[in-house]
Design a protein around this ligand. Structure first.
Ligand code: AR6
Length: 523
């Protein structure tokens, strides 16, 4: 814009705080009323051993219903009468038959044998297509992976004997478990063993689906790439199980921020049109552009930012087992998942590009977790772009981002920078210039640096960088910026619809801000 010419005062990314360099020493791992640890803490502290902790088989609305529970029964029709049988016995029997399989049809039959209700509804054409496209040598390899996955799945009662609490809406709660426990749970998800999770009308209707049946249906090239990525994960962990823990933490923001009176200045920002959150944001708090049902379409046909992250770091998928739909002031923080795959492309062009290996001597924290911290925040999905210039929505997005970014017990100097980008601006139709301002305000309020990746959009990078320079130089406070957004929304409302369409040319918002600051009485 012609109204402002300033020197670029953006901070170089090399100065941004990353883990583990800036991290604070953690307290020792303890379980508590709000923190469930699925390994034996004593063995962990004494011998660094990751032994599953035993527990009761709980079958109620506060816990994941485990496939091996004795309450998990199935009805088998006999010649004269129907009989009730433990479903787990059937699962074990069917999965053990996969020891000798050599066809994908056998996988379908095994899964359907304990999911009889869905035998006509579930389709496996994507799975069959996957196997039909691999040569004989690779086919043998893949069947051997499936066989070992089946062995892992049936060991669930030994690997995960303790019931897993649900991370319910508007609650603060943490679950910590090992890479091995996650792999075992995911093997069960792959073979569709989780009970009460298949019907939209079930008690779990407010949870994402976890059984993999949708992954096996609707064959396409994207599904083939997805299956390759997932099977590669199993191949890696079955060859060498990583030793460490992963934490899933649901956070609820209780106290709302009074944005209009915030006296904080805008935080340091680095904007780049190159690079990705997962790669260039290593050691930062990395934003997942989530669906309220975490993982979105990862098991179905979705293949954008969140789904790709869930595929390359498949341990994220287990969050779908226990995370109730995110509410407006909720987020999910996941620390310690491993990236197993490389990829290229995006959406329709996504391709699995082989293994991603951790660098030698990759560090883990005191809880034996990798320093990969991901925060899942879901933006609002707008049908029409102009809807978003409304303070109710802006307030919602500010609080959602702040809930994801803020840290209550960590001093500012120990907080890593945030790695983000066009949150809510792809599938969810948001305006990236507005969303960038919202994220700058939320990061400033949380006193964290912000690295923003525009994913190839050079003009956007320029515009955001320029706006940030302006805000910083003019010492515009978060509260002032909030009031400017408010004024913009009001001015938009007073336009007639035809004009409004036009004025939602996205840089109009930035022009408005520049103009208000330079000529405060002219708007
Ligand atoms: N690094 C940086 N920026 C990225 C990356 C990346 N790795 N990948 C994509 N972008 P989108 P949404 C940019 O559509 O609008 C899923 O189904 C790129 O500019 O994934 O919040 C979820 O489950 C892209 O257009 O996020 C939700 O249901 C933009 O980020 C829904 O999509 C937005 O990516 C969320 O949609």
């Amino acid at each position: 814009p012609a109204v402002f010419i300033g020197k670029n005062i953006a901070v170089g990314m090399e100065e941004f705080r990353r883990a583990p360099k800036c991290s604070m020493e953690l307290d020792s791992l303890e379980f508590g009323p709000k923190h469930t640890v699925l390994i034996d803490i004593k063995a962990f502290k004494t011998y660094q051993e990751l032994k599953p902790v035993s527990g009761l088989d709980i079958w109620n609305t506060d816990y994941v219903k485990m496939p091996y529970s004795e309450k998990n029964i199935m009805i088998e029709s006999g010649v004269f009468t129907d009989s009730k049988k433990p479903r787990w016995e059937k699962i074990k029997k069917s999965l053990s038959k996969l020891n000798r399989i050599a066809t994908s049809k056998a996988i379908e039959e095994a899964i359907k044998s304990y999911n009889m209700k869905y035998k006509d509804e579930w389709h496996f054409d994507a799975l069959h297509m996957f196997f039909s496209r691999v040569d004989d040598r690779n086919k043998r390899e893949y069947f051997s992976i499936i066989e070992r996955m089946a062995n892992l799945a049936v060991n669930l009662p030994l690997i995960c004997p303790k019931s897993i609490p649900l991370l319910k809406a508007e609650e603060d709660r943490i679950i910590t478990l090992s890479h091995e426990q996650i792999a075992c749970l995911l093997a069960n998800a792959f073979f569709c063993t989780f009970p009460h999770r298949n019907s939209k009308r079930s008690e779990f209707s407010n949870y994402p689906d976890i059984n993999f049946n949708r992954m096996f249906a609707d064959g396409s090239e994207q599904k083939r790439q997805k299956l390759m990525t997932i099977l590669h994960y199993f191949e890696m962990v079955l060859a060498k199980m990583p030793k460490g823990l992963v934490t899933f933490e649901r956070r609820h923001l209780k106290d709302k921020i009074c944005w209009k009176s915030s006296k904080l200045e805008v935080t340091d920002l680095h904007v780049s049109d190159e690079g990705t959150i997962e790669e260039d944001g290593a050691g930062m708090l990395q934003v997942d552009f989530a669906c309220a049902m975490v993982g979105g379409g990862v098991l179905g046909s979705g293949l954008v930012q969140e789904e790709i992250r869930f595929l390359i770091n498949p341990e994220l998928i287990v969050s779908r087992l226990f995370t109730e739909k995110l509410q407006d002031c909720d987020c999910l923080r996941v620390t310690g998942t491993q990236q197993f795959s490389k990829y290229k492309g995006y959406s329709n062009s996504f391709k699995w590009m082989g293994p991603h290996h951790l660098p030698e001597n990759t560090k883990r924290d005191k809880w034996m977790r990798l320093y990969t911290e991901i925060v899942l925040i879901d933006a609002i999905k707008f049908k029409e772009r102009q809807q978003q210039f409304h303070m109710d929505f802006i307030n919602r997005e500010l609080h959602k981002a702040y809930c994801g970014f803020c840290e209550n017990n960590i001093p500012e100097d120990y907080c890593t920078a945030i790695a983000t980008g066009n949150w809510g601006c792809g599938a969810f139709n948001g305006d990236p210039r507005l969303k960038a301002l919202i994220q700058i305000m939320a990061a400033s309020q949380a006193k964290r640096q912000l690295a923003y990746f525009t994913f190839g959009d050079q003009q956007l990078a320029k515009d955001i960088r320029y706006m940030h320079n302006f805000l910083a130089k003019q010492k515009i406070l978060v509260g002032t910026l909030y009031n400017l957004l408010h004024d913009y929304c009001v001015s938009e409302k007073s336009h007639n619809t035809a004009v409004r369409e036009k004025s939602h040319n996205t840089s109009e918002l930035y022009q408005f801000i520049y103009k208000c600051v330079y000529q405060p009485h002219s708007t």
